[in-house]
Design a protein around this ligand. Structure first.
Ligand SMILES: Nc1ncnc2c1ncn2[C@@H]1O[C@H](COP(=O)(O)OP(=O)(O)OP(=O)(O)O)[C@@H](O)[C@H]1O
Ligand SMILES: CC(C)(CO)[C@@H](O)C(=O)NCCC(=O)O
Ligand SMILES: [K+]
Length: 256
């Protein structure tokens, strides 16, 4: 009954095999690859896996990358299935103007976050932050409705944009500090505080919208651990948020 979950971002593909398609299921194996190296998944990483019974994935990297992954999945007799954001799924409602235009990763992370909130106790509003190639800060109200969210460049893109748009900003990585006194520290601090500032602003929007109730703040993504130390509000790093969302969706679909 094992289940293969795949998250194809703009920089890396992450995958995890679970003992069953249920939230909280045991992880049997997992891995990550930069997109440049996904064409050997079948002959390397996946070669010795127990044959998965089902799979579900989310892709934001485009059709061509999705097709390359489907070729790797031909290793098994498995129907590739990819999440398409819609109006409702697994108890979450999509408030985007055009629900299908919401990034599949954001939709799946929101569903994973809703699962975490409800597993802890009474329903609460939640802020879902993903720090990857891009950064997203998404608001979920107490009833599980996605209200909207922010998209901003990730740290890497911010630095590359500054390097390519200026003559004098090509310097090593610096440190985050309140009063940066050199270019490296100024760039590193600027990127980090751009992200934490966006989070603080969205948190205030959501608290105001929720009658003052403080939202749960869940953070995920490959670079989440770099930002977390500079967030001065309570938060939790949940590395598996997208996988948790995929498990929720799969188990809900089986229960229907
Ligand atoms: N080992 C690494 N070497 C070089 N750059 C990295 C490395 N890990 C992360 N980055 C950079 O940090 C940023 C965060 O990306 P990362 O791949 O860690 O997150 P992610 O959540 O997997 O991203 P995505 O889901 O968008 O692919 C990106 O700009 C990426 O280029
Ligand atoms: C914003 C990203 C790049 C974050 O990974 C992704 O969710 C995406 O491509 N979204 C589509 C546009 C949108 O969500 O409005
Ligand atoms: K991602």
């Amino acid at each position: 009954m094992s289940f293969l979950a795949i998250d194809i971002g703009n920089t890396r593909l992450k995958w995890a095999q679970y003992a069953s398609p249920q939230p909280g299921a045991a992880v049997l194996a997992h891995g990550a690859r930069f997109l440049e190296t996904i064409d050997t998944l079948a002959e390397q990483d996946w070669r010795s896996l127990a044959v998965p019974s089902t799979m579900l994935g989310c892709v934001v990297a485009g059709e061509a990358v999705r097709r390359r992954v489907e070729e790797q999945l031909e290793l098994w007799d498995l129907t590739p299935r990819w999440v398409v954001p819609g109006n409702h799924e697994a108890g979450v409602t999509n408030g985007y103007d055009h629900p299908m235009r919401l990034g599949a990763d954001r939709w799946v992370a929101l569903i994973g976050a809703r699962g975490h909130v409800l597993a802890r106790g009474p329903a609460r509003p939640a802020l879902v932050v993903m720090v990857g190639t891009a950064v997203t800060v998404d608001a979920l109200d107490r009833d599980g409705k996605f209200l909207g969210g922010l998209i901003l460049p990730g740290h890497g893109i911010m630095l590359r944009a500054l390097e390519s748009g200026t003559a004098g900003l090509r310097v090593p990585t610096g440190e985050v500090m309140p009063f940066p006194a050199n270019t490296s520290d100024a760039l590193t601090s600027g990127g980090t505080y751009a992200i934490t500032g966006a989070i603080a602003r969205m948190r205030a929007h959501l608290a105001a919208r929720s009658g003052g109730e403080e939202p749960v703040l869940l953070m995920t993504g490959g670079a989440g651990w770099k930002v977390a130390p500079y967030l001065d509000v309570p938060h939790e790093l949940v590395e598996s948020l997208i996988f948790d969302g995929l498990l929720h969706i799969q188990s809900h679909r089986l229960a229907l």
